[in-house]
Design a protein around this ligand. Structure first.
Ligand code: ARG
Length: 533
């Protein structure tokens, strides 16, 4: 594979008499120097912009190979690994909050990039459907007298309203919480009616979730339920832990595992029921048996860092040899994302809001060069692209402030801008009248804008490899921003229509390759590249 070394800026500070000498060096080194600046005392700045990538042979090989397929670096040497990516994982009775949205967007990217690098990926959505919260929901539904039909029509919202209602009542009357606990205990003990109701809630919610995932084009290989690891189903895991003699009783009568002198993690409550971490221990063991993974990624926000640290330490203390194959892919908060409906953000509402703001932006852009059809079905895809790119452009760990207008800006560095670049390239291929050259001839691609575009195309390999290594999507996003800028510069100068066939076909080949790289990058981010907007 190609590995082209590029110095982007090089400054020589010299006297006037040496200018000519350095100009000669500049020319002799055009191959290696992308920009060479010569500064002297009397000539303030003399710049020779030499946007070049490497020798013609490398350019030819690069463009020819990308014309066929955009492959990961050293594709033939890659050894396929078994990777589990657990992401999204909302809770059934609570809203799908923005943390779940980030998990969905980042997790989808982590799965995509692992796939691209030829790994065998299993995408798991681990739904929270167990715990005292269900007692609150069930109690809230009856206390708030929410009719069955309303639940059926708008399940996520109804369950959430019920949960909020019961929690509010608890503030005034703490015995409500005991009621809720009792209800959950009924569920754990398999009370028929309670179980039937809870199963119905799960069904409604999963249907609605699936619609939403379809809207954002995210797929899972498996939906797992936290309830599958409730206390009655994990006796083998519990006896495994018991046999290791690592459990003790604490002063609240809970069974705890001591991780060190200061830290003891409860895994069985005093009433014998399981905790969130207990279910995670059992789920990890079960997944290891099922999938024999080489790595398992949990894409969950920073707030659960301690939880995952504890989980891994417990698996270590259980002497499970695969414990260090688990990795918490953590991420920061999105601040300030709310819709007109309020701050309890449901994914559906975010998507509706996105569509709405997108339309507004499109209307405002009507009188500019960017000509958009506001009623085009692509509006939804555009809005989603914007939300995804706006999220992935930040370093994973960083919190960020959400602003609808920045996210959807047609002219700034956004998903909309990427889509716009992609659409222009598609339209060029369809309407330029030229034919994509079958073989690259770099002698026709000498303009600085062509060289600059080749240079950026060539950086794809490095960007993607780093992004994969660090599981840091922002590295790919920023690369794609740069690429889109190079494409737009090339558009201004490299005319195709009306040019001699040799020139036109070579330029179209370059633009075609740029589109393939941009499109591949966008798909990895989880965006469907548009042909028209
Ligand atoms: N349902 C959990 C929540 O919303 C996230 C689950 C994360 N995954 C896990 N294996 N614990 O907080």
């Amino acid at each position: 594979m190609l590995n082209i070394f590029t110095i982007t800026d090089l400054f020589f500070f010299v006297g006037t008499q040496s200018i000519q000498y350095f100009e000669q060096i500049t020319k002799a080194n055009k191959k290696y120097l992308s920009q060479l600046f010569i500064r002297s005392k009397s000539h303030k700045v003399k710049t020779e912009k030499v946007e070049t990538c490497s020798d013609d042979l490398s350019v030819k090989t690069l463009i020819n190979s990308l014309k066929k397929q955009v492959e990961p670096p050293n594709a033939q040497d890659l050894k396929s690994q078994n990777i589990i990516v657990e992401f999204s994982s909302p809770n059934i009775a609570k809203p799908f909050h923005v943390g779940h949205l980030r998990s969905t967007i980042i997790g989808n990217y982590v799965a995509n990039i692992n796939n691209f690098f030829k790994n065998n990926v299993t995408r798991i959505n681990y739904l929270g459907d167990w715990g005292t919260q269900f007692g609150f929901v069930q109690l809230g539904l009856s206390l708030a007298k929410i009719p069955k039909e309303t639940i059926e029509k708008d399940p996520i919202n109804s369950l959430y309203q019920a949960y909020v209602h019961a929690n509010k009542l608890t503030e005034e009357d703490p015995t409500i919480a005991d009621e809720a606990r009792k209800l959950f205990s009924k569920l754990e003990n398999g009370d028929e009616q309670t179980v039937a109701e809870w199963e119905a809630f799960r069904k409604y919610t999963i249907n609605e979730l699936q619609n939403t995932y379809q809207r954002i084009n995210v797929k899972f290989d498996a939906y797992e339920w936290e309830s599958s690891y409730g206390i009655s189903k994990i006796s083998n895991v519990l006896s495994q832990i018991e046999s290791l003699n690592i459990l003790t009783l604490d002063d609240k009568n809970r069974k705890v595992i001591h991780l060190n002198e200061k830290k003891a993690v409860p895994i069985i409550k005093s009433d014998g029921s399981s905790l969130y971490i207990t279910r995670d221990i059992a789920a990890a063991i079960d997944r290891h048996q099922k999938y024999n993974f080489d790595a398992m990624y949990y894409v969950v926000d920073n707030a659960q860092r301690d939880h995952f640290k504890n989980l891994m330490s417990i698996l270590h203390s259980m002497k499970l040899p695969w414990a260090d194959k688990l990795k918490h892919i953590n991420f920061g908060k999105i601040k300030g994302m709310s819709t007109r409906k309020g701050t309890a953000v449901f994914l559906q509402d975010i998507l509706d809001e996105t569509k709405c703001v997108m339309r507004k932006q499109q209307l405002e852009a009507r009188n500019t060069k960017v000509n958009l059809d506001i009623d085009h079905p692509s509006t939804e895809v555009l809005g989603i692209s914007a939300v995804i790119v706006n999220d992935l452009k930040h370093k994973r760990n960083q919190d960020y402030e959400f602003d609808w207008n920045t996210a959807l800006d047609i002219k700034g560095d956004t998903g909309v801008m990427m889509q716009y670049a992609h659409c222009r390239l598609v339209s060029l291929e369809e309407n330029s009248g030229a034919i994509i050259a079958s073989e690259c001839d770099p002698s026709f691609l000498k303009e600085p804008e062509a060289q600059n575009l080749i240079l950026h195309i060539n950086k794809f390999e490095g960007a993607i490899a780093r992004s994969y290594r660090e599981l840091e999507p922002c590295l790919l996003v920023h690369y794609l921003f740069q690429l889109s800028h190079s494409i737009s510069r090339a558009f201004k100068v490299l005319r195709i229509k009306g040019e001699p066939a040799d020139v036109a076909n070579q330029r179209l080949l370059l633009m075609h390759v740029a589109r393939r790289v941009l499109g591949q990058g966008m798909r990895l981010l989880g965006i469907q590249p548009l042909d028209k907007m």
